[in-house]
Design a protein around this ligand. Structure first.
Ligand code: KG4
Ligand code: ZN
Length: 366
């Protein structure tokens, strides 16, 4: 029999994605339509703007995924979608609640997937977005990392270190106590008035700004970012965010600070936080007798070249130097539907399907 083919949809954040992947790991198509240009003026993702863009774009990406693969719906065996979680948003912040997730965004992909599955009599599977990020390397890397592996997941909504013991068993070793690294990067890039590159968001904007072959401003102070949660297996990024904000305010505005020096100090401090906690997590695995040989780094921030280099160097200088670091291709680190299709595959193969009445889960632990 031929491999099982899944059409998957992803609309949990600001990218509208559709992809077709089969159980032999063939990626037939992988379509991503971003909408950064809609959000740049706001300095971050606006849930309602994102939702309307998903609504406009979803039929086009589905059509494109089928066209690129040269397949019809009749050639598809199952339909998958991102069921949750959505990144935290403060748009609806009130005195009473911080509404988690972009439920409106999730429901666009979910309803499209349900309707496609219902109309064509195909089974349906809802996927955990962060599990999909964690399993991406199994789709894109040869040889695939072996279970159990450790994974550093760094995205717009999450920052965590997870021990993956099977396709469906994940244990959180470290989590953020406040914001994610991605949202902190986005906020600080906005505070530093860094332009978003064409078709890309604030993260790549900051990366490029820091990497440009231009020295720090003459006479810039040696910025010393605060050290956070020393020795604890938990991430924190609010202190770093407020430090950037305070530094800018104390100087009397962004135009009065040495932007390049501050941007670099911030990016280095954010990555140092990842390094420190990663080493703690590796020690934790050792103490708890988890024989981990692979470390997978995934999620949007993992597409950062400097971070990749730093993590490699950092691990190679410790007794964990034998650890194999796995970085999926940057295009699979940022949001895509190929990873959603892949994370649904074991459930389709086990005939573990979801009902057509399934609801989104904006808040959903890995
Ligand atoms: O995984 P992802 O695409 O979406 C979520 O699941 O949230 O991650 C998006 C996050 C954003 O905060 C974005 O600014 C950040 O990843 N990001 C980067 C880079 N590319 C994306 N951060 C730093 N450097 C990059 N090159
Ligand atoms: Zn993501």
């Amino acid at each position: 029999t031929r491999p099982f083919r899944v059409l998957a949809l992803e609309t949990s954040a600001d990218d509208t994605c559709a992809a077709i992947v089969d159980s032999s790991r063939r990626i037939w198509s992988n379509v991503v339509v971003n909408q950064h240009y809609l959000h740049e003026g706001y300095g971050g993702i606006q849930p309602l703007v994102a939702m309307h863009a998903h609504q406009r774009n979803i039929p086009t990406v589905v059509r494109q995924a089928l066209t690129d693969a040269n397949l019809q719906m009749a050639d598809i065996d199952g339909v998958a979608f991102t069921r949750g979680p959505g990144p935290l948003t403060t748009l609806f912040f009130t005195a009473f609640s911080l509404v988690p997730g972009l439920p409106g965004c999730l429901s666009i992909g979910l309803n499209a997937a349900k309707t496609l599955a219902a109309a064509t009599c195909k089974p349906l599977v809802g996927v955990h977005h962060m599990q999909a990020h964690a399993l991406t390397a199994h789709l894109t890397t040869d040889p695939a990392p072996e279970f159990p592996f450790l994974t550093l997941l760094v995205s717009g909504g999450h920052t965590m270190i997870v021990l993956a013991t099977s396709m469906h068993e994940f244990r959180i070793i470290a989590n953020t106590v406040d914001r994610s690294i991605g949202s902190t990067i986005d906020r600080c890039a906005t505070l530093l008035q860094i332009k978003w590159p064409q078709d890309l968001g604030p993260g790549p904007g900051l990366e490029r700004f820091c990497a440009e072959d231009v020295p720090d401003e003459a006479g810039a102070p040696h910025f010393q970012a605060p050290t956070i949660m020393r020795g604890q297996l938990a991430f924190s990024f609010t202190a770093l965010h407020s430090w950037v904000e305070r530094t800018i305010n104390a100087a009397g505005g962004t135009e009065h600070v040495p932007r390049r020096a501050l941007a670099r100090a911030f990016q280095n401090a954010a990555f140092a936080e990842l390094e420190t906690k990663l080493l703690l997590a590796l020690k934790w695995c050792e103490t708890h007798h988890h024989a981990v040989r692979h470390l997978v780094v995934s999620g949007g921030v993992a597409s950062n070249t400097l971070l990749r280099q730093r993590l490699k160097t950092c691990v190679s200088r410790t007794r964990f130097m034998e650890m194999k670091l796995v970085f999926p291709d940057p295009s699979f680190c940022t949001d895509n539907a190929a990873m959603i299709a892949w994370a649904s595959m074991h459930r389709f193969l086990a005939q573990d399907h979801d009902q057509f009445t399934i609801a989104p889960l904006p808040k959903w632990s890995i």
